[in-house]
Ligand binder design. Structure first.
Ligand code: ATP
Length: 266
């Protein structure tokens, strides 16, 4: 079993520290972890630091299995870890299929790389799972925001990383897509034995569709554990300054309901 671990991460911008000596409990492969927290709490910064895109301080370490990926080259790291930023793929005049196959080919640049046709088949399967196979021959610069977000996700999944880091991958998607995409991410995480970490704002999706939760507050971990252990009325009051209830629906699923916001942030 391989885990993602992080130790003593210090991350900041222009000498202002945003992440404070943060260590992550081991996050296992085959599971999806959601990274939660209010605006500005450091979620994207932490994800970028894990991806090797921000300096993590002299004591900082990021392990995938036994390998400290903060000490290896960008090229080596890119074979282990894929990071999908908050921003959507750019509006370039290139067909969807071509962009995803290119991402796949770059990631699979080994002597055992599959033939071009096998790669196309694999990419078409990913597009079908994300229900965008009908867009395979469309051009990126002709797609809607949500469609481009799904293409970005297809590119990330096509790379088959050990560590998949997704920054708000549902932000442009409708309700149906948000849930179906979460199912695909969960299934792919198990099927490919990936360690998946994603920034989310929707606490109900985090509650229902992720295996673990890391909740950040001002660049520090406020709580870590199973969703129902972390997403509690007390935590939502402390971290988000809302009065909330967590109650089961008629099907027994826990839902977050917000009754009001505290004076502090309202
Ligand atoms: N490039 C940057 N330069 C300077 N400060 C930055 C930069 N990026 C982020 N910050 C600051 O770091 C802090 C954390 O930002 P970050 O984007 O990690 O938060 P977040 O939790 O992902 O927020 P959100 O939910 O709004 O996306 C914020 O105070 C932000 O202003």
């Amino acid at each position: 079993m391989r885990f993602l671990r992080a130790e003593n991460l210090d991350v900041g911008y222009h000498h202002v520290r945003v992440i404070h000596n943060l260590s992550l409990e081991p996050l296992p492969q085959g599971e999806v972890t959601s990274l939660l927290g209010p605006n500005g709490s450091g979620k994207s910064t932490l994800l970028r630091a894990i991806a090797g895109l921000e300096k993590i301080g002299k004591q900082g370490k990021v392990f995938v299995g036994e390998q400290d990926i903060s000490r290896i080259s960008v090229l080596e790291r890119s074979k282990i870890c894929v990071y999908l930023p908050q921003s959507l793929p750019p509006r370039i005049h290139m067909q969807v299929l071509e962009t995803v196959v290119t991402a796949r080919k770059i990631a699979a640049s080994s002597p055992n790389a599959a033939s071009y046709l096998d790669e196309v088949d694999e990419v078409l399967e990913i597009l079908a799972r994300l229900k965008i196979d009908d867009l395979a021959l469309s051009y990126l610069d002709e797609l809607s925001g949500g469609q481009r977000q799904l293409v970005g996700l297809a590119q990330a999944l096509a790379c088959r990383p050990h560590l998949l880091l997704l920054d708000e991958p549902l932000s442009a998607l409708d309700m149906n897509r948000q849930f179906s995409v979460m199912d695909v991410i969960g299934e792919e995480t198990i099927r490919r034995n990936m360690i998946t970490v994603m920034v989310l704002h929707d606490l109900n999706i985090a509650m229902q569709k992720t295996d673990r939760v890391v909740m950040l507050q001002k660049g520090r971990i406020y709580a870590y554990g199973q969703p129902r252990e972390v997403i509690t009325p007390a935590a939502l009051s402390d971290v988000y300054h809302v009065q909330a209830r967590i109650e089961p629906c008629s099907k027994g699923l826990l839902h977050v309901m917000v009754d009001g916001v505290s004076e502090e942030l309202s």
